[in-house]
Design a protein around this ligand. Structure first.
Ligand code: GUN
Length: 294
């Protein structure tokens, strides 16, 4: 039977470790890490995500500032707010919650963020530095997955890692991180996507599979070999009459049957999801200590 990778527990461990460090910074009279978040509009899911980021910051002793702007905010107004955050020495790092309203150019906004404060790791400078294996802020989900592999002592060197999905925020960076000369890392990586032929032939050769497609129960037992490590990034809300809330969360993996063959597997929920906040906090701590850019 597979070891279930407990992302909730690991995320809490990391939060506790950071809380202890913040307390020691406070005792030494040093700067308390300060994260800001900009939320444009009132998308329900985005409000929940940002709310939970702010709450977690407060729980572990960080300072946090939430800037809520109306959906009609112009691109120029948003760029002005970003400039202010770039110039505010009190703010160590910040995020602009995505997606943005359609009239705002997301890429332009991302590129306006000072890379030294880009704790989401979305700025091309951080993406490029990551690709070159230079110190960089890593995007939350890939960084969280690296932490899980590390903390469960999963051997990656020399293994064949198959990544399914090539998004800018998960699949593509994940493939870079797994291939680079580091631990975790040093894998032979195959990055697969919607145009890949014979996917099953490829996944059957994988020692590690990272699925980030957003297609519920896509990865089935017949696609994996015995002993595989499975990291499920998918999280899709589906209506269900079996739960009180009226919906159920599904990962990209047909969990029960794949778990029966796997050596390690992440559940949904409680696997990769809770790690993203831990990554954001780790990045903000690094920003505050000027670890990446000096
Ligand atoms: N929307 C969904 N995930 C994220 C994230 O990690 N960062 C930001 N800024 N927006 C998001």
């Amino acid at each position: 039977m597979a070891t279930i990778i407990d992302g909730k527990a690991i995320s809490e461990d990391i939060q506790n470790e950071i809380a202890i460090e913040v307390q020691s910074l406070a005792e030494q009279g040093r700067k308390i890490p300060h994260l800001a978040a900009i939320l444009v509009g009132n998308d329900g899911a985005s409000e929940t995500y940002v709310g939970s980021k702010v709450k977690t910051c407060e729980k572990i002793g960080f300072l946090s500032t939430l800037i809520k702007l109306p959906a009609e905010t112009s691109e120029n107004e948003l760029l002005f707010r970003i400039k202010n955050l770039n110039e505010d020495d009190d703010i160590d790092g910040y995020i602009v919650q995505l997606p943005l309203p359609k009239h705002i150019n997301e890429q332009k906004v991302i590129e306006a963020i000072d890379p030294r404060k880009d704790v989401d790791g979305f700025h091309p400078q951080n993406v490029g530095r990551m690709a070159l294996n230079l110190p960089a802020y890593l995007p939350a989900t890939p960084y969280g997955i690296i932490q899980l592999l590390d903390r469960y002592n999963i051997v990656t060197e020399g293994k064949h890692c198959v990544v399914i999905g090539r998004s800018n925020i998960v699949g593509s960076p994940m493939s870079l991180l797994m291939a680079r000369n580091s631990n975790p890392g040093n894998c032979t990586v195959t990055l697969t996507h919607s145009k890949t032929k014979n996917l099953k032939e490829i996944t059957l050769q994988a020692d590690i599979i990272i699925v980030a497609l957003g297609k519920p129960e896509f990865l089935t037992a017949d696609m994996v070999k015995d002993g595989v490590v499975v990291i499920d990034v998918g999280i899709t809300r589906m209506p269900s009459d079996k739960t009180k809330s009226g919906y159920k969360l599904f990962g990209d993996v047909k969990y029960d049957e794949v778990a029966a063959k796997a050596s390690f597997i992440t559940p949904v929920p409680g696997g990769v999801g809770p790690m993203t906040i831990a990554s954001l906090l780790m990045n903000t701590l690094k920003a505050s200590k000027k670890e990446i850019y000096g």
